[in-house]
Write a protein that binds this ligand. Structure first.
Ligand code: ATP
Ligand code: LTN
Length: 335
């Protein structure tokens, strides 16, 4: 049997090279693995956990689908769909809410961080990981490829699956997180002590966004924060986090082994040379994506067609599991 892969990304703000390296790029690689069946979802219901402008959210959802295609996701190889188009997610989340102790949610690091930044913390923000568990579990998922920051949420989904199976009998597959070896946590270019984040993507110098033009990419990388030294090597020393982050981006995009990456910079005359080389590989990877995106994004009929087709296939997979769960929980089925 093929291993089923499920992952998602929010249509909140524009995606950055952290999202690309830690998640989306790996999804593209997985498409050609005959052992895997891939499902990638634009999680618009998750985006609603913080206030959104409705028109902007609608536009970004369509743009994110165009970007999926531009990076190389292929609707004939992977199932691509929008979360809110399949009601199983919201309904399933409610059912899972009723087996999830609230204490589990209050402990989540992302909730603790994000809730501090909100004036009014919405209930959906606390409940976010249960919706994510529904995304994963109702598709009988084996593997969830995400960046390091989402590992705790996948572990929560495992706990929910185990608890449900214990209460109602063997139902859900207990999924595994699949975290990349290199680049699972790209740090902010302006502050290498904090992860590169979508919510800060518009802060000057913080992130390279996927559709930035080459000049902007170069400017952002040349301005990246480093230290006052000159040694170019991978390091866990917090003082060298800026250089380590640049090397990590370089390694993730070139696919070179650690010693080859360091060897590329043995004759460098300082961090300026490192930054130039990183800017070059980032531009080289981003340019074709930007070009393809501008062709795809204007074809809204095709994007609508892909969304409709994806939703239909997604329903066919997840609805039978929903019926099974409702029956096990004691709900009366009419059809
Ligand atoms: P925010 O920080 O505003 O919550 P985000 O940048 O984490 O947003 P998401 O849509 O939540 O964006 O994440 C999409 C995917 O990208 C997830 O798999 C996540 O783990 C991964 N990811 C996010 N940030 C990074 C990062 N800095 N490095 C590597 N992977 C990342
Ligand atoms: N919470 C995730 C996005 C997400 C997801 C999922 C990832 C929602 N549902 C299911 C993997 C599987 C994030 O990256 N913020």
């Amino acid at each position: 049997m093929k291993r089923r892969i499920f992952s998602g990304i929010q249509p909140s703000e524009v995606i950055h090279i952290g999202n690309y390296i830690g998640a989306v790029r790996r999804w593209v690689e997985m498409q050609d693995d005959p052992e895997k069946e891939n499902i990638f979802c634009i999680v618009d219901l998750h985006a609603l956990t913080v206030p959104q402008d409705p028109n902007a959210l609608r536009a970004r959802t369509l743009e994110l689908l165009a970007l999926f295609l531009a990076v190389g996701l292929d609707p004939n190889k992977s199932l691509l769909f929008v979360q809110s188009h399949v009601t199983v997610h919201a309904e399933g989340a409610w059912l899972l809410n009723c087996v999830t102790p609230e204490g589990w949610l209050k402990k989540m690091t992302q909730y603790k961080d994000k809730s501090q930044k909100q004036e009014t913390v919405l209930t959906g923000l606390l409940d976010y990981p249960v919706l994510m568990a529904a995304d994963i579990l109702f598709y009988d998922t084996h593997e969830v490829p995400v960046g390091e920051d989402q590992k705790q949420h996948v572990e929560l989904a495992r706990n929910i699956a185990e608890r449900f199976n214990h209460l109602y009998g063997e139902t859900f597959i207990v999924p595994e997180p699949a975290i990349a070896k290199a680049g699972a946590r790209i740090m902010g270019l302006d502050d290498p002590s904090a992860k590169m984040s979508k919510s800060l993507a518009h802060t000057k110098g913080h992130a390279v966004r996927l559709l930035d033009d080459p000049k902007e990419i170069e400017r952002t990388i040349m301005r990246a924060k480093t230290d006052s030294g000159s040694e170019i090597r991978f390091s866990k020393d917090p003082a060298k986090a800026g250089v380590n982050n640049l090397l990590t981006i370089y390694q993730a995009l070139t696919g070179k082994a650690t010693e080859h990456v360091e060897a590329d910079f043995t004759n460098a005359r300082g961090y300026g040379d490192l930054k130039k080389a990183v800017a070059e590989v980032v531009i080289e990877k981003m340019e074709p994506i930007r070009r393809r995106y501008s062709e795809i994004v204007s074809d809204s009929a095709e994007l609508q067609r892909i969304m409709r087709m994806g939703a239909e296939k997604a329903r066919a997979i997840s609805e039978p599991r929903l019926v099974d769960v409702k029956q096990k929980m004691g709900l009366i089925m009419t059809a």
